[in-house]
Design a binder for this molecule. Structure first.
Ligand SMILES: [Zn+2]
Length: 408
């Protein structure tokens, strides 16, 4: 618990909050706010975390209380299956994570509901409940099986990130694209293209966050519906291979899709990214040492503990200013257009490494304030906060209905 305590001290030691004006608060509270990526399901499953928690010492980004304070209307919970430790049972772990989201909604029916469509999100908003949606992070979850893909859709999964940091058997990832030990496919395989088209037909949004550049271009050439980047930022500002080049941003705009900005410091700030790169070897060694010690004792790897080690290392690097996040939103709004940018926080998935002032969903109103300060109109701010992703989701639903009508 020592490490968790030191992390919360680091948070309170940050510069004072961005004050949110009454005008910004009013705009923010009148918006339907959608975030497209939070890794909280791992907390539900591995820590037995209850989203209803009001523990003031909890350093998580998401709770129903924080959601209410930040006026977050809909969250896409990430169904992420770690590919090394779940070898041989990707689907089983996918189902377990999906179950964990349903269980939270069942526990808090007064403040949270499962949602599967734009109409559901709007209904939840009217009822002042958090709309809980799900996105699978990593195509390995389908185990190369189109039947499983359809089962996930039936269970409510409404987007799938084609790859996580690992290349799977049908899509190259940006995470290992330069690793010669990995067998790559020069983008998407023929099966991968079928997956994209089946997702279009089902009405599951195609998510290009994490994929290799060539995979991205293959997706753009294949898809019949707008795509999303559920949690990616701009490579022109921060040179992470996971971020999107200006050419990619323009291609998403042409495709009618949306890029949801990731709040992770390593994707928002070049100095932070370089500092991370510099400590990468030592951090990996520290985690490796922990994993080996568990193996020697015959015990399974505990991801909460791994996360705690990561947090400790990341806390050594100074946090970038809040403005780094706004710079990325601003850049994408300028390069792709105001209709093609939104929020994909990566809350609870970045080991606490977010810019100063962004410590949980309760801090979302500061984004509205900062955009207002940069001259964005209320209408444009509402597009960024949720309007754009809802437009894309609606369009994906329409394309799905059209494709299904054609196949009759
Ligand atoms: Zn991710």
């Amino acid at each position: 618990m020592v490490l968790a305590a030191s992390a919360s001290v680091a948070q309170t030691a940050n510069p004072p909050d961005v004050p949110v004006s009454a005008k910004a608060r009013a705009i923010h509270d009148s918006a339907l706010i959608v975030d497209t990526h939070a890794d909280t399901p791992q907390r539900f499953l591995d820590e037995a975390f209850d989203i209803g928690s009001t523990d003031p010492n909890d350093i998580g980004h998401i709770s129903l209380d924080k959601v209410r304070r930040g006026n977050l209307g809909a969250e896409f919970f990430s169904i992420w299956v770690e590919p090394e430790t779940n070898q041989g049972h990707f689907a089983q772990h996918t189902f377990d994570l999906i179950d964990s989201v349903y269980e939270q909604a069942a526990r808090h029916p007064d403040r949270m509901m499962m949602a599967f469509s734009v109409a559901d999100i709007e209904r939840a908003h009217k009822e002042h409940k958090l709309a809980a949606l799900m996105g699978i992070e990593g195509g390995h979850s389908i185990e190369n099986d189109m039947h499983l893909l359809r089962d996930y859709y039936r269970l409510g999964v409404r987007y799938m990130t084609l790859s996580w940091s690992n290349t799977n058997e049908w899509a190259d990832s940006s995470g290992d694209i330069n690793d010669p030990k990995i067998q790559h496919h020069n983008g998407l395989t023929d099966f991968g293209k079928q997956v994209v088209l089946e997702m279009n037909r089902l009405g599951m949004m195609v998510d290009i966050s994490h994929v290799a550049d060539k995979t991205f271009w293959d997706v753009i050439a294949t898809t019949k519906a707008p795509v999303i980047a559920s949690h990616s930022s701009a490579r022109a500002l921060t040179n992470a291979p996971r971020n999107m080049t200006d050419e990619m941003l323009q291609a998403v705009a042409k495709n009618g899709g949306v890029v949801q900005v990731n709040f992770y410091s390593g994707f928002l700030d070049e100095d932070y990214r370089k500092a991370m790169e510099a400590q990468n070897k030592d951090q990996t060694a520290a985690i490796q040492k922990y994993v080996e010690s568990l193996k020697a004792q015959g015990r399974p790897v505990n991801y909460i503990e791994v996360n705690r080690i990561q947090r400790e290392w990341m806390a050594k690097i100074p946090r970038p200013p809040f403005k780094a996040l706004i710079d990325h939103i601003d850049h994408i709004a300028k390069v792709a257009g105001i209709d093609h940018v939104g929020l994909g926080s990566d809350f609870d998935g970045v080991s606490g490494a977010t810019p100063t002032g962004m410590d949980s969903a309760a801090d979302l109103p500061k984004i509205t304030q900062a955009l207002l300060d940069r001259g964005y109109s209320a209408d444009d701010i509402k597009k960024i906060l949720g309007g754009n992703i809802l437009r894309v989701f609606r369009q994906v639903e329409t394309v799905s209905r059209e494709m299904q009508a054609q196949s009759h």
